[in-house]
Design a protein around this ligand. Structure first.
Ligand SMILES: O=P(O)(O)OC[C@H]1O[C@H](OP(=O)(O)OP(=O)(O)O)[C@H](O)[C@@H]1O
Ligand SMILES: Nc1ncnc2[nH]cnc12
Length: 189
């Protein structure tokens, strides 16, 4: 199976790759709370052939981003996986935006609403230069609270949010409407 997709992937468009990936994202009802359908990106990462397809589509998107970004910020925790891959590819610094209390030294922080709760994000103070062009990466856009908070942290540092990039977007929740910066998602539910 891995070999088959590896050979085929050269002949697949990004759209076809994303259709295959979408079909393979497992959904868990009522997790972590009743009423939530949890879209589990780890079900894709557990299959090397699917992870490879996702990797290819991500690279093909980010190499077209204009203006070229100078930093990638990955959002705790699943944003670290995809953000770090892209930072290596673009040869730019990878900067973590972490949940409260995880980063050493002075930090800037912001509290935000989640689809299921509340949280605080932090970034190390002065880690990004003023005017620096930043791509923010996370796995999923739901209510938009997380990406909004991440984008506000960056813009409070007087850096430029060039794009907020997610693998999955939950359209019903209209999260992108909260975010006053370009938002791009690969797969929508
Ligand atoms: O658009 P929102 O409603 O803000 O929700 C999206 C966020 O929720 C999930 O993270 P979570 O806080 O569950 O943390 P995790 O990545 O560590 O699992 C997901 O990875 C996004 O970061
Ligand atoms: N429905 C959902 N599935 C996976 N991760 C999430 N983060 C917030 N909402 C989520």
């Amino acid at each position: 199976m891995i070999k088959l997709i590896t050979i085929m992937s050269e002949n697949l468009s990004d759209k076809q790759k994303l259709d295959i990936i979408k079909e393979n994202i497992k959904a868990f009802e009522d997790f972590p709370k009743p009423g939530i359908i949890f879209r589990d990106i780890f079900s894709v990462l557990a299959d090397p052939s699917l992870f490879k397809l996702l990797h290819e589509v991500l690279l093909s998107h980010v190499k077209e981003i204009q203006p070229p970004v100078e930093y990638i910020c990955g959002v705790d925790s699943r944003g670290f996986i995809f953000g770090s891959i892209l930072a290596v590819f673009l040869r730019v610094p990878f900067i973590p935006i972490r949940k409260k209390g995880k980063l050493p030294g002075p930090v800037d922080s912001i509290t935000y609403e989640l689809e299921y709760g509340q949280d605080t994000l932090e970034i190390q103070t002065n880690i990004i230069k003023e005017g620096g062009r930043v791509l923010i990466v996370d796995d999923l856009l739901a209510t938009g609270g997380t990406l909004w908070a991440a984008a506000m942290l960056i813009s409070n540092l007087k850096a430029e949010v060039v794009e907020c990039l997610t693998i999955i977007e939950l359209l019903d929740l209209k999260g992108r409407n909260k975010i006053p910066f370009p938002v791009y998602s690969l797969i929508q539910f």
